[in-house]
Design a protein around this ligand. Structure first.
Ligand code: ZN
Length: 138
């Protein structure tokens, strides 16, 4: 079940410039930095209230973010919603006619399993579902 807005993803071309800019605007206590090799992106994020703002920059020209920047320029890229059962949600959405960009969840930032829905089937909004990966008990 989709529970709540988790973060707002913003595509940026220069992560350092954007960190400086958003630091000036929001004055966050702390900015979390992370590289996500699976998505070929570098991420800087911070929390305002109960929503995270996630700045996403491409690490290579074949990153999906690089293609987005070429076509649309910097700006809001996706909305991410937290699910408590992402695999079941993906099955339900596919059955209802939503096209999945990830048939199965993949590794995202913040130790989350993530999957994207195709914006052509979600009213033009790129939607990400995410679910925290529970640590494996030994
Ligand atoms: Zn995201």
């Amino acid at each position: 079940m989709i529970r709540q807005l988790a973060h707002i993803g913003i595509a940026v071309s220069d992560i350092e410039k954007s960190v400086d800019l958003y630091r000036r605007i929001f004055q966050p206590d702390e900015i979390h930095r992370e590289v996500v090799p699976e998505q070929k992106v570098e991420v800087a994020s911070f929390v305002i209230g109960n929503v995270r703002i996630e700045l996403v920059a491409p690490m290579s020209d074949d990153s999906p973010i690089a293609r987005f920047l070429q076509q649309r320029g910097e700006g809001i890229h996706h909305l991410a919603f937290e699910s408590n059962e992402i695999s079941a949600d993906l099955v339900r959405l596919k059955e209802s006619g939503i096209v999945l960009l990830n048939e199965h969840p993949t590794q995202g930032a913040h130790n989350m399993a993530i999957a994207f829905l195709h914006p052509k089937t979600t009213g033009g909004v790129l939607i990400e579902l995410c679910q925290r990966i529970e640590p494996q008990s030994e």
